[in-house]
Design a protein around this ligand. Structure first.
Ligand code: NI
Ligand code: MN
Length: 229
């Protein structure tokens, strides 16, 4: 599996079969991402919740690729289907298998709205995703979330991911101290911080976070760097 960070919470995961999954496709308006929507070549887009920095450019990406499949919560899938996007809605605890990857939606403690220009609208519950690849590798993308105890009892003990992508930015999500507790509860082999330094309000030093994580290895990829697992 290849993992590429596009800045903020946007990650590309490419399976051994070549299935390209883009999580939280915040591209054009993402100050940390140098790409344009034309530069991504996704087969599947997964959306953790409706906020603009996660919903991102999914509609435009789907317009560029009529075969794109979107996985999100039910409410976001309905919205996207009405825009002609091939979207499948799932909910907590459920999974869908696409080629060599099982994609399961799990919990996140956050909020979820569509950020329209003059108003916001309910966009279902916020979620996280667990990706299980056919070789057994498991990647957990936490979405936007605060710390919650099922990170230990459900995500850590039952699903036990190898790699956990955790927000550390504070203000909207866990701060680095909460995220380091999350890392100890989930107890993966690798943790990768996300959702920081894209905006001034979520400025954080990932090296400090790394020092506070003692149970697993912290990887701090550069934007667009590809890591192989
Ligand atoms: Ni959010
Ligand atoms: Mn966010």
């Amino acid at each position: 599996m290849k993992l590429r960070w596009l800045g903020h919470s946007a990650f590309e995961l490419t399976s051994n079969n070549g299935l390209n999954i883009l999580v939280d496709p915040f591209i054009q308006a993402n100050p940390a991402c140098p790409l344009k929507t034309n530069d991504v070549n996704s087969d599947v887009v997964c959306i953790t919740h409706g906020h603009a920095d996660h919903f991102g450019d999914v509609v435009e990406i789907a317009r560029n690729n009529p075969n794109l499949m979107v996985i999100s919560n039910y409410e976001i899938s309905i919205y996207l289907q009405r825009k002609g996007v091939h979207a499948i809605g799932i909910n907590y605890g459920a999974f869908i298998k696409i080629e060599d990857v099982e994609i399961r939606m799990l919990e996140a403690k956050h909020s979820s709205t569509f950020d329209f220009e003059i108003e916001t609208k309910y966009a279902g519950n916020p979620g996280s995703f667990l990706f299980t690849f056919d070789d057994g590798l498991k990647v957990f993308h936490a979405g936007d979330t605060g710390l919650f105890s099922d990170m230990k009892f459900v995500i850590g003990e039952i699903y036990n991911p190898d790699i956990a992508l955790l927000p550390i930015g504070n203000i909207f999500t866990m701060d680095p101290a909460e995220a380091s507790i999350a890392a100890s509860w989930i107890n993966p082999e690798f943790v990768i911080p996300m959702h920081y330094n894209s905006f001034p309000s979520i400025a954080q030093d990932p090296e400090k976070f790394k020092q506070s994580v003692t149970n697993c290895k912290t990887l701090i990829p550069k934007v667009l760097e590809t890591l192989e697992f």
